[in-house]
Write a protein that binds this ligand. Structure first.
Ligand code: S3P
Length: 171
């Protein structure tokens, strides 16, 4: 059985929530949030890293951490929304584990982001139609990467048990 499951998808698609549920339901597995891993390693929050070092530097740190994590065992990894779209990350994830894309419509993402926009540097200052437009454009740009995932799950419909079945089936 695979040792790593990577949950990928746009900001707000529910990677962390689902990842925590899955890890608690799967014996011996832990959830690892890539953003938190970066924050702990560099002792800075994601907004601080973006502000002080810029996005390019953040992407290098993200890549370094993903490579480290790709050798951990029994981990459900919640990737950042941009992780799959930089360097060879989709190939790395597909080589080292099972990647699952949590697919949602722009409106579905928009609805879910209402409560959690503030910690996300890329969404600062965006509201209403501007936010929905940003999500639509960015999602279109990112979907070709997300769609390289080994499994694509409709995040509106899939239940935790469906994910567990899919993970267990994956040899
Ligand atoms: C980003 C998503 C964030 C975080 C950073 C950049 C992105 O993670 O990595 O703010 O480029 O979509 P979440 O998807 O967990 O919010």
């Amino acid at each position: 059985m695979t040792q790593r499951v990577y949950l990928i998808g746009f900001m707000g698609s529910g990677k962390s929530t689902l990842g925590r549920w899955l890890a608690s339901a799967m014996d011996g597995w832990t959830f690892l949030d890539l953003d938190l891993f970066i924050e702990n390693k560099y002792h800075k929050t994601i907004p601080q890293i973006f502000e002080e070092r810029g996005e390019d530097e953040f992407r290098k740190m993200e890549s370094f951490c993903l490579q480290e994590i790709s050798s951990f065992e029994k981990v459900i990894v919640g990737a950042g929304g941009g992780t799959p779209c930089f360097f060879d990350h989709m190939e790395l994830m597909n080589r080292s584990g099972l990647s699952i894309y949590l697919q949602l419509s722009p409106q579905g993402i928009y609805d879910r982001l209402q409560t959690s926009k503030s910690q996300r540097p890329l969404l600062q200052g965006l509201d209403g139609d501007e936010l929905l437009d940003f999500i639509s454009v960015k999602l279109k740009e990112r979907e070709p990467f997300y769609k390289k995932a080994m499994l694509i799950a409709d995040a509106e419909k899939w239940k935790v048990d469906d994910f567990i079945d899919a993970i267990l089936k994956y040899a």
